[in-house]
Design a protein around this ligand. Structure first.
Ligand SMILES: *Cc1c(COP(=O)(O)O)cnc(C)c1O
Length: 386
């Protein structure tokens, strides 16, 4: 129930990766026969990635994951366009790979506008357009949110950016593999993706850079990736990303239909069987597998520990913020008060989840929430008032 944090590598993906560990292990930069296998494999993966998002092959650059792609997009454009302007627009609900990168740039002379979102987590196109200034060089808005699943109006954001001649980057790590993406139609200049969120391996991702967009390198060294991203290529990982993305899009329709049905069934049944709950995120413009619910009067952490006893893996806030006691910046941005934001639970469904599993989770949730509320002083007080 935590596929937004990561996914297992699919067997078909692993099978394609295996030969590139020990058999075809040549360094793609070498010039002997063995290396051809690696070179050809990377080329094929690049083509598969490009094709699924309607990009050209030479617009895809492989990275060491989603975080690196995000860092590269933002720091690479900031550095390249420093003389043109120092203003960046993003949103309050971005992943920390974006937010912490922007905070770093703020310490280095850049100015960042963090757009508000409404109660569903949706940015306002009006506010976006009003925030653009003469010195704005980059707009970075995520395709879909990793905590509450809200899908942003990407095509409209892209056309506003185009109209004002500002570069548009989108962190599409949650969207790639789950939603149809067409970088040309959606006016996207830069797009980040990550293999381990779409049943591929960890530590590999890609940045799409539209032809004509000039960007500085983040990683300096050898001449790999057309001199833009140095370091010997993660050949098995890249092969895995290529296979995983191709599989995801060949099955997109059936998987989406299945996940949306499971998701809505889960939301409806939690709402029907447990009182005082609130669905976070948009009711329909939402990632197919995302369920995010607040349970009043209880702590997300206690909920997670109790679920773990039944071997149910879920998340409160995001994996990156769990471990800290601060409530999620996303839930605060959609206007939830601290005490309610603390009682949130994210269940993110994957393609292998079954209705039986979902029923099991709902049954356990009913029991756990009831037990935790009985122990909650806040709940007791509230019940006395009734
Ligand atoms: C997971 C995630 C990232 C980070 O990707 P990694 O490959 O884990 O570094 C960035 N943005 C979003 C929205 C994510 O969900």
């Amino acid at each position: 129930m935590d596929h937004a944090a990561t996914t297992p590598v699919r067997k078909e993906v692993l099978d394609e990766m295996m030969p590139y560990f020990s058999e075809y292990y040549g360094n793609p930069s070498s010039i002997y026969y063995l290396s051809n296998f690696s070179k050809i494999a990377i080329d094929k993966a690049r083509e598969r990635v490009a094709k699924t998002i309607n990009a050209e092959k030479n617009e895809i650059y492989f990275t060491g994951g989603g975080t690196e792609a995000d860092n590269w997009a933002i720091k690479g454009i900031a550095s390249k366009l420093r003389d043109k302007g120092n203003h960046i627009i993003t949103s309050k609900i971005e992943h920390h790979a974006i937010l912490h990168t922007c905070e770093y740039l703020e310490k280095n002379g850049f100015e960042v506008t963090y757009l508000n979102v409404d109660e569903y987590g949706m940015i306002s196109l009006d506010e976006l357009e009003r925030s653009i200034k003469d010195n704005t060089i980059l707009i970075s808005i995520m395709f879909a949110n990793n905590e509450i699943g809200t899908i942003e109006p990407i095509k409209e954001i892209g056309s506003i950016a185009r109209k004002h001649n500002v570069i548009f980057h989108t962190d599409a790590v949650q969207a790639v593999g789950s939603l149809p993406i067409d970088v040309k139609d959606m006016n996207i200049d830069l797009l980040s993706m990550s293999a381990h969120k779409l049943y591929g391996p960890k530590g590999v991702g890609a940045l799409y850079v539209r032809k004509g967009i000039k960007i500085d390198s983040l990683i300096h060294g050898g001449a790999q990736e057309k001199n833009k991203r140095a370091g010997t290529e993660n050949v098995p990982g890249i092969v895995g990303l290529g296979k995983a993305i191709e599989l995801a899009y060949s099955e997109l329709e059936e998987n989406t239909a299945k996940l949306v049905e499971l998701r809505d069934y889960m939301i409806k049944n939690i709402q029907n069987r447990i009182p005082e709950v609130r669905l976070n995120g948009h009711p329909t413009k939402r990632l197919p597998g995302n369920v995010n619910i607040c349970f009043r009067y209880i702590e997300g952490e206690s909920l997670l520990l109790s679920l773990d006893m039944y071997k149910i893996e879920a998340s409160s806030g995001s994996a990156c913020t769990s471990g800290s006691l601060d409530p999620s910046h996303v839930l605060l941005a959609i206007g939830l008060p601290h005490e309610i934001a603390h009682g949130s639970l994210r269940l993110s469904l994957g393609i292998k989840n079954t209705k039986e599993e979902v029923d099991f989770v709902i049954d356990k949730l009913v029991t756990i929430v009831d037990r935790l509320r009985q122990m909650s002083p806040l709940y007791e007080k509230n019940q006395e008032g009734k």
